[in-house]
Design a protein around this ligand. Sequence first.
Ligand code: NAP
Length: 326
Amino acid sequence: MSDPDVYDLIIIGGGPGGLTAGIYAMRAALKTVLIEVGLPGGQMNNSDSVENWPGDEHIGGADLAIKFSQHAKSYGLEVISQEVVDIEPGLDFHTVKLANGDNLQTYAVIMATGGNPHKLNIPGEEEQYGKGVSYCAVCDGFFFRDKTVVVVGGGDTAAEESLYLAKLAKKIYLVHRRDAWRAGALLQQRVKAECKIEILWNSVVTQIRADDSGVCGVDLQNTQTGEKSKLSTDGVFIFIGFKPNNKLVPAGTKMNADGYVVTDEKCETNAPGIFAIGDLREKYFRQIVISAADGATAAMTAAHYVETRKSAEACELPEALQTEAV
Ligand code: NAP
C-alpha cells in the first residue's frame, strides 16, 4: 500500500514545461506537487507578446502563463511557493528539501528549472526588455519587420539569429567585441552572403537608448581604439550565451560541458526517477512549445516509472498484505 506522505511526482519549476508536466501528471492520477519560487509561467512572464504558441495567434506572455497555471490547477495540481534547496536521490524515494525546512519524499522528480540568457548589464538593457530589447529572435523578430536591429554576439546563436532576423528586418548591425568569429565556418559564410547584415567588428554596445516608443539607438565603443559612436536602431537582440539553472542537479547526474542535463528522448536522466525538461535539458532549440512537449513527455514517462515501481513493491509485500495492496 502506498505511503500517503510520499508523492508520486515532484515537479520543480513552474514554467511552461513544469506546468505542462503538472497537467499530464494530474490526468495520469499521479499524486503530484509543483514547487515554484517565482511567478507561475517562468520566462513567459517576460514576453510582451507570444505569437508562436499554437492555437493563440497573439497572446501576452503573462496571460499565457496564467492560462497554463489555471489549466494545471483545474485538475487539482498542488502548488507550493517555496525555494527548493536540494534534491537528494535515494534508492526507495528521492527527497526534495525546501528552504522552510520541509523535506518531501517522492518516487519521481522532474527538474524544470530553466535558465537565463547572459546579460550585457549595460544601462537601458533591463529597462527596455520587452520594449525593444530581446533575447529571442523567433519570439520577437516579427515585431521588427522592415525595421533596423542591432544583434550583439559573435557565436553560432548570434549568427543564426541574425540570419533569421534578415528575413524580417530591413537592416541588421551585428556587433561583435573581437575581429574574429566564434561561430562556425558555414554560418560565417551565410552571414557574409546576406547583404542586409553589416558586421561591426571590435565593438561593444555600452548603452541602449530609448524614447517614448521604446528603443531608438545604442552607444558603441571600439574595443581597439576606444572611439565612441552612436547608432539608430529599433531593437537590440542580445546573444552572448545562455546559462541553465543547474544548481539543484544532483551530483552524478550527467551534464554536458555547458551545464545542460543530458537526457534520453523520454527526458530521463541517468538517475532513475529523475527527469530534466525545458531549457535545463541539452537540446537544440529553446521555445515554449518545446518545453511544453518535454513536460508532457517527462510526465508520461514518470507515470510509467511510478506504476512499475509500485507494482514491484506490491510483489515484495507479504502475501497477507498483497490482497490489501490490490
Ligand atoms: P557562445 O558560443 O558562448 O558565444 C557567445 C558570444 O557572445 C561570443 O562571440 C562572445 O564573444 C560573445 N560575448 C560573450 N560575452 C559578451 C559580452 N559581455 N559582451 C559582448 N559579447 C560577449 O554562445 P552561443 O552562440 O549562444 O552558443 C552556445 C552553444 O550552442 C555553442 O556551443 C554553439 O556552438 C551552440 N550553438 C550551435 C548552433 C549551430 O550549430 N547551428 C546554433 C546555436 C548555438 P567572444 O567570441 O569574444 O568570446
